[in-house]
Design a protein around this ligand. Sequence first.
Ligand SMILES: [Zn+2]
Length: 78
Amino acid sequence: MTLSRRQLETLHKMLSLTKSQELTCDECQRNMAEFAETALAGDSIPENLQAIELHLASCGDCEEEFRTLLKALESDEH
Ligand SMILES: [Zn+2]
């Protein structure tokens, strides 16, 4: 089976879209503190941090890390 040029272009477009929206665990953990502080402050989540929210929802490892971070931030306030 061969793909037409048009199908290939569509495929490339889909792949680059997915790539720009999905974070790696590294990227997620690098921006996690900023995300946690924004969330705790009750501010609305800016677009660049929404990818983190998505990643946390689908990645158990990062979610666990995030919970630990939240706990640390919350106890800082007291
Ligand atoms: Zn992750």
